[in-house]
Design a protein around this ligand. Structure first.
Ligand code: GMT
Length: 373
């Protein structure tokens, strides 16, 4: 199949999943064409069957905001015509689904240009439902040839928020469990966490929704009882604030701010616990990557994380601000090697259910269904 993919190329769950999907499809022999303003950061080496098409954005004195989404539509049309794409798959509704709809109108119904939109979370819960986008998001959902959501929670949220009366397919996010797997040697090789210390880790784009303060507060309580370090990976608007909190709590020498990292596997392998106390998470792909590396997760019982983390089995879920309960559960795991071992085993078992070998065929089957429709 020839598949076009549009996504945000920068750090963020939707771009990561879209890029990994492209790699998985290309590995299975499909021809994948990424269309975006930049090469997605995950496509950082040569991949057979993957092509990148940059959207040029015209700067002109009249444009206070150069209309990227219009240039994107034109590029989608050009690539469709020059390569004969079977399907276009856009990730994140705004503005990608709107651009794809415009491409379809431009090319005409007879062109057979069909597009699937995958909703990832904030395109529904924060951006898409904002009054400045609401009508457009609803229109795009209703007029995409196919719509997928990354969890049942997000599907329900989409239907309820936009009063949608259209079939929505749930296709869970996935992880390559052969890449994301425990290697005990990583901790020693990396040397971030000493032999006698335990590691706690969080990876994100440091947006307010991630509740970074709560992570540091939980760690502050844990480290009083367990010799441990907190590894914070990523960058974003709340990074400065996180550093301030760390300093106020006198934790600067115990918290490692590592910034953005392309390969997080050795970091996850240096950790014994993953913290994700988000206010909301439609899925929580970083939690899945942690589980795949046998790292139990302490997260929140809101949104789609419940569909990924089995409460009490491979981690624990609490209300986003229940710092005391999260600290207690963290200590419960970290201070007993038998609990830690059992939960690690269950973490890996859970991740295997979301392995790319299980999920990618679901996308391929869905593409075929939409192409035929
Ligand atoms: O919040 C983020 O990390 C970024 C955001 C995005 O769209 O790039 O992530 C969303 O999509 C991810 C991939 O499907 C999900 O795993 C995240 O849960 C979701 N984030 C939220 O719902 C807050």
């Amino acid at each position: 199949m020839k598949i076009g993919i549009t996504c945000y190329p920068t750090y963020g769950g939707s771009g990561v999943i879209a890029s990994e999907l492209g790699i998985e499809l290309a590995n299975r022999g499909h021809e994948v064409h990424f269309i975006s303003y930049e090469m997605p950061f995950k496509i950082n080496k040569f991949y057979k069957n993957i092509y990148f098409h940059e959207v040029e954005v015209l700067e002109y004195p009249l444009f206070k905001y150069p209309p990227y989404s219009l240039s994107l539509s034109v590029k989608m049309a050009e690539i469709f015509e020059s390569t004969g794409l079977d399907i276009m798959h856009v990730h994140y509704a705004i503005p990608h689904a709107a651009s794809a709809y415009l491409t379809q109108s431009m090319l005409g119904k007879d062109s057979n240009f069909k597009f699937v939109t995958t909703l990832h979370g904030t395109d529904i819960t924060i951006v898409g439902n904002h009054s400045s986008f609401f009508k457009l998001t609803k229109f795009c959902i209703e007029n995409s040839n196919g719509i997928t959501c990354v969890s049942n929670y997000l599907k329900k949220q989409t239907i309820d928020t936009f009063d949608i009366n259209k079939e929505i397919e749930v296709i869970y996010n996935f992880v390559d469990t052969s890449k994301y797997k425990r290697n005990k040697l990583d901790k020693e090789k990396l040397g971030l966490i000493k032999k006698d210390e335990l590691g706690i880790i969080h990876i994100s784009n440091f947006r307010p929704v991630k509740k970074i303060r709560n992570i540091i507060e939980v760690f502050c309580r844990v480290r009083k009882e367990v010799n441990s370090k907190l590894i914070l990976v990523g960058d974003g608007p709340e990074l400065g604030f996180a550093k301030e909190v760390a300093s106020k709590l006198n934790l600067c020498d115990k918290i490692l701010f590592l910034g953005r990292k392309d390969n997080v596997v050795p970091l996850l392998n240096s950790a014994n616990l993953y913290l994700l106390p988000s206010k909301n998470e439609s899925f929580g792909v970083s939690a899945l990557e942690a589980l795949s590396c046998s790292v139990p997760v302490i997260g929140t019982n809101v949104g789609g994380l419940k569909e990924v983390v089995n409460n009490g089995v491979c981690g624990y879920l609490f209300d986003p601000d229940d710092i005391e309960a999260m600290a207690k559960a963290s200590l419960n795991i970290l201070s007993s090697s038998s609990i830690m071992e059992k939960m690690s085993e269950q973490a890996r078992k859970t991740a295997l259910k979301f392995d790319s070998k299980v999920i990618i065929p679901q996308y391929l089957e869905y593409y075929r269904r939409i192409i035929k429709s």
